[in-house]
Design a protein around this ligand. Structure first.
Ligand SMILES: *[C@@H]1O[C@H](CO)[C@@H](O)[C@H](O)[C@H]1NC(C)=O
Ligand SMILES: *[C@@H]1O[C@H](CO)[C@@H](O)[C@H](O)[C@H]1NC(C)=O
Ligand SMILES: *[C@@H]1O[C@H](CO)[C@@H](O)[C@H](O)[C@H]1NC(C)=O
Length: 283
């Protein structure tokens, strides 16, 4: 980016008609005599002017183009969804008194079937997406081809994994509602918890992963201090605006590429996919 700008500016300078060039031209013109030197110089200056104008427009387009300047994480590591990224300024509504539909029911405090459905609708379709072969070649890592469609490759955008982790941890807040969920060996029959169970390991992994993610994205939106009626003195207000990626655009990307059922071959040697099942990478 920097170097492009620099080059453009240099070009702009180089295009200025310098005095030696104009001298040569007027000499040639005076030999030809057919066109008036004034007229030729006028045309020359006009063309030079047009080229300058073009370059100025080019520099402006480069400077204002959001994909080039807004987010250095885009383009550093390729993501197949990088072209759908859009930014918007969002203030999160107050959510202690004014509960959103993703929180517990305002009366009972407990989530409902509707709450669970809304959470699932945030990310479930994004757990498995496909990309085509040219896209798979550009990824930072190799990935597996779909077993039934070797021209498509299986990926997941991390935001959906993170939301899944958050949803799993969410269920721990209300054991009376979620303890009977299938596949959990976390709760013992006597009501205690098994902290060495595989479910507990999963929960611990999710917490750690979200810690890393929050730090990785280091949201530097500024929380301001103020006074809340009925609160305990001045406190952080947490109503500040954030610069957000438009999540719906990312969801749309994944909705267009959902992978439903996967029938992995059962005859892989040692149960592991052969090299040929993986994408290759361009470098
Ligand atoms: C309450 O929350 C909803 C959804 O989270 C939001 O649309 C609304 O603006 C909030 N109202 C206030 C007064 O904060
Ligand atoms: C994935 O790609 C990154 C960057 O190219 C590399 O450092 C990492 O080792 C790769 N991981 C695997 C499992 O290949
Ligand atoms: C807790 O889970 C681990 C791993 O599955 C298991 O080995 C252990 O027996 C469980 N503990 C109890 C008290 O059931």
């Amino acid at each position: 980016m920097e170097s492009t700008e620099y080059q453009e500016v240099r070009l702009l300078k180089d295009e200025q008609p310098d005095s030696s060039d104009s001298d040569t031209i007027s000499e040639n013109i005076s030999i030809g005599k057919s066109t008036s030197p004034r007229k030729l110089l006028g045309i020359y200056l006009f063309v030079a002017y047009l080229i300058n104008l073009l370059l100025v427009v080019l520099v402006l387009v480069l400077l204002l183009s959001p994909r080039n300047c807004r987010d250095p994480t885009i383009g550093t590591l390729y993501s197949p969804a990088q072209d759908v990224i859009e930014y918007e300024v969002v203030s999160f509504p107050e959510s202690t008194q004014n509960k959103s539909k993703y929180q517990g029911d305002p009366t009972t405090g407990i989530p409902t079937d509707e709450t669970d459905k809304l959470w699932s609708e945030l990310y479930l379709f994004g757990m498995k997406s496909w990309v085509d072969e040219p896209t798979a070649r550009k990824l930072p890592n190799r990935t597996l081809a779909l077993p039934d469609d070797p021209d498509k490759y299986l990926v997941q955008l991390d935001v959906f994994h993170q939301l899944h982790c958050l949803d799993v941890l969410r269920s721990l807040l209300w054991p009376e509602r979620y303890r009977h969920k299938p596949h959990t060996d976390y709760y013992l029959p006597n009501g205690e918890r098994n902290y060495t169970s595989s479910a507990a390991k999963h929960y611990d992994h999710c917490l750690e992963y979200l810690r890393k993610s929050v730090m990785c994205h280091s949201d530097i939106s500024v929380v301001y201090y103020g006074y809340t009626e009925g609160g305990h003195g001045p406190s952080p207000q947490e109503l500040e605006p954030h610069t957000c990626r438009n999540f719906e655009k990312v969801q749309d990307w994944a909705r267009e590429r959902v992978v439903y059922d996967l029938n992995w071959p059962e005859d892989w040697p040692q149960g592991r996919p052969p090299e040929s099942a993986y994408s290759v990478l361009d470098d």
